[in-house]
Structures are given as C-alpha cells and as structure tokens.
Design a protein around this ligand. Structure first.
Ligand code: SF4
Length: 441
C-alpha cells in the first residue's frame, strides 16, 4: 500500500478523536472555486498550544489495527475496515514533508492497540524521539497514552511530546464494561495519575536544578494532559459527566476535558444490524433535553451536538468562573437546559444573588453575571479605578447588556429589575435551540 493510501486511511481513522477543534472538517468553499479557510490535506486539524496559539496538526493513527472491540469506535476489532500501519520512518518523513510545506505546525499521534500496550507506546515514542533528535523537529506534538502502558513509557513519552492524553471515553466503569469491555477506568485514571505525578516531579526538578539561569532538566509534557469523553453513547447524565470532569481537573490537573458527541458514522454493527448496546436509528429518549432522540447515519444527531456545546459551556464555568459542578446542575433531572446557557440558567435560579453593583462588586461576583466574561470583568475593575461606570461605558468595554441588564445595577440604577424568573427566562431563552431536533442526514 502506498503512503498516500495509508495516510487517507489512518487520518480518516483518527478524526473521531475530539481533542482537535476542527477534527474531520472538510471546510466549505465556493462551488467549483478555490476553497478558502479549509483544513488542508488529509488529516490536518487545529488545536491550541499552552500559550493559546491555534496550531494546525497532522492528526493520524500509527495503526488502525486494534485488538480491542470498543462498540463506539470505527477501528474496533470486529469492524469490517481496511487496516494499515505506518512504519516509524514513514510517519517521520510525512510529518517533516507536511511541516516543510507549511501545512502543519505539529503532530497529533494516536494508535489502535495492535500489540501489547508497551509495544504500541514504544512505536509512538520512537516516532516522536526520531522527529526531535534525528530531524530536529521543533513543532508541537500531542501523543496519546495507550491504555495499559507503564509509567516508564509515560515518563519517556513526556520527554518528546508537548501534551499527553489518556482518553477516559465513558463516564462510568459500568459503561466502559458494557461498551469497551477490554478497557478499565482504573487503568486509565492510573495513567492520568502517573502523568500528573511525573509532571509535578519534573517541575520541582527543573526548579531545583536550574543552573546559571538555564534549564538543565528537560521539560515533561509542558502543555500538560487532556482527555476525551464521548457524550450520548451511554446513558449517564450531564451531572455525572461534569462531576467527573471537575474531579479530573482538581485531582490530576488536566488542562482540558474534550467532549465528543457520539456519532454513529461507520458503525453499522455486525452484519448490518445496529449494535443493541448503542443508541441507534429509531431509538427514542424520554427527554428532548437529555439523551439522543433519533440517530441518523451521517453524523452526530443535532441534539447531541447541542448537548456537547452546553457541556463545553459548563466546563468553561468550571475552569474559569470558579463554579463547582454541583452549582451548575442543582438537583434537576441531571441534564443541562437546552434553551439556556448554564451560566444564565444558574443566574435565573439564583435571583436572590442579584443585582450585582458593577461599581463595587469584587471580580468573583462580576463573573457570576451573564454577559460579563473574564475579560470584561477585568476591564470593569480596571476602568472603575478612574471613573464610575455607566451602562454606556459597560457596553463600550464589551459587556453584553442584552443578558447582563437583568442582573446588574450601575451606581444604584437598574435597566431591568431581577424580579420575575419566568419573564427573564422568556427574554433570554435561545429560541433556535428549541426548534424540533430531528435532523435529516
Ligand atoms: S482501543 Fe477501542 S477506541 Fe481505541 S482504537 Fe481500539 S477499538 Fe478504538
């Protein structure tokens, strides 16, 4: 098989990993004309580095052969799909060629488990090591930790990769046992724990052994670790998912949890019969705001994409707005509201917290106001040092008054008093998200 065909197969097989924001995008362009803003050659996606830069990555599997049979995965052992594997040299050459042509700034490398986990991990490490040492590749490398690999391998992987990730995939051990019986939550969490401990040890060593203002100890995975959770393949609520994410951020210092709406693409099931363990065409969930309604065959269902979007918004509240998971979802059905972003939903449930006086409130209180973000919160603090804030000033510094107006006062004046939750909800609900959710594929 030539390298072009291998690339097509192994880039296609990697695109369901959500850890790159534009995974699998073919971009949209003028019909018949040159495309603009499209993801360039096969397998190129985007991600963000530690300092917030957007980088394009070559996103591929080393191999799509796999001993495991995870029901939600196109590469599972029982799938009737063409299999192939790169050699280390092929992948190193390909990465260098793409890099030299300016198609990519880095590599996102994962693999099916085609052999013992340590052997697979060694191949990924060898690829990264060769890139760094033989050809002096200085681009970004995101490397998957293969479930079951030992801490020695993780230690070595982090020397060459900027970021490591062990995918937890499903929120509970019960679902893992049902859909990915060869995987174990304990093993995956163990890899995250090891990564975190090695990283902390490395930071300490680098601090201790810094000589003459220079680093004498190489950095271990300086962009930290992340993970991916599939949403909607199993019945867990958003509450379970957010509790897990909150714990992972706290315990293992994860930089990101990526949420990936379950997609039935490429999962016809054995003999064309849908796998009964998975949501499939014709499956009806009880709640439009929660589990999938009807699945098509061309991609994740719209309600799941919306659920993924709400989870990302809630995750943002966990990471940057000092919300605890149990504040975002308080004793409801365990699912985020479909029609309101989670911060607005929290504010409407807690009208007694408002109004917040923008000329006096501390930063943390400002962050609780819908329409005020981290950046605008900082601008408010900065601006009010020299003058008192009016609604017009707030608008100019970026506060979204359409949302914030119900929850703030400026020098004691209201635009709108926070008195009637039903009325505020009616005004702020995101109508578009309440449209019927059945999708044509
Ligand atoms: S281990 Fe599971 S998720 Fe990973 S490639 Fe194999 S079948 Fe897919």
């Amino acid at each position: 098989m030539d390298i072009g065909e291998k690339l097509t197969i192994l880039a296609g097989a990697a695109k369901y990993d959500a850890s790159c924001a534009s995974s699998g995008s073919d971009g949209k362009g003028v019909k018949g004309g040159k495309k603009f803003g499209t993801s360039l050659p096969a397998g190129v996606c985007h991600s963000w580095t530690e300092d917030g830069r957007c980088v394009s990555l070559l996103k591929v599997l080393f191999s799509n052969a796999c001993r495991f049979d995870c029901a939600y995965c196109v590469n599972r052992a029982s799938a009737d799909t063409k299999r192939t594997t790169f050699t280390v040299n092929e992948l190193v050459d390909l990465t260098c060629q793409f890099y030299r042509r300016n198609y990519i700034e880095g590599l996102f490398l994962s693999s099916g488990i085609f052999a013992d986990p340590d052997i697979v991990m060694e191949k990924l490490i060898e690829t990264a090591r060769k890139l760094r040492t033989d050809v002096g590749f200085g681009g970004y490398i995101h490397m998957k930790i293969i479930p079951g690999t030992g801490d020695k391998m993780i230690r070595e992987a982090g020397l060459w990769a900027d970021r490591l990730s062990a995918n937890i995939e499903l929120p509970t051990d019960k679902s893992l046992q049902n859909l990915a019986p060869e995987k174990s939550g304990k093993v995956i969490l163990g890899a995250m724990k090891d990564t975190n401990e090695i990283g902390a040890e490395n930071v300490e060593d680098r601090r201790k052994f810094r000589m003459g203002g220079k680093d004498s100890v190489p950095a271990f995975a300086p962009a930290g670790q992340s993970t991916q959770l599939i949403v909607g393949a199993s019945p867990e609520s958003d509450k379970t998912i957010l509790n897990l994410s909150g714990a992972l951020y706290k315990k293992y210092m994860l930089r990101r949890v990526y949420y990936s709406a379950f997609s039935p693409v490429g999962l016809p099931g054995r003999d064309g019969i849908p796998d009964p363990r998975l949501p499939h065409a014709g499956f009806s969930g009880p709640e439009p705001s929660s589990v999938p309604l009807v699945l098509g065959t061309g991609g994740p269902i719209k309600s799941l994409i919306l659920r993924e979007h709400r989870l990302y918004q809630a995750d943002w509240l966990l990471r940057f707005y000092k919300f605890a998971p149990n504040e975002i979802l308080e004793g409801e059905d365990g699912f985020l509201e479909r029609g309101l972003d989670p911060k607005t939903a929290w504010a409407i449930r807690h009208l007694d917290y408002f109004p917040v006086e923008v000329n006096r409130a501390p930063y943390d209180e400002l962050l609780r106001v819908p329409g005020i973000g981290a950046k605008t919160g900082r601008r408010i603090i900065e601006t009010r040092r020299s003058r008192s804030l009016s609604f017009e000033t707030l608008r100019r510094i970026g506060v979204v008054l359409k949302r914030a107006r119900h929850f703030i006062t400026a020098s004691g004046s209201f635009i709108d008093r926070p008195d009637d939750p039903k009325r505020i909800r009616r005004l702020l609900v995101d109508e578009e998200t309440l449209q019927p959710l059945l999708f044509e594929f």
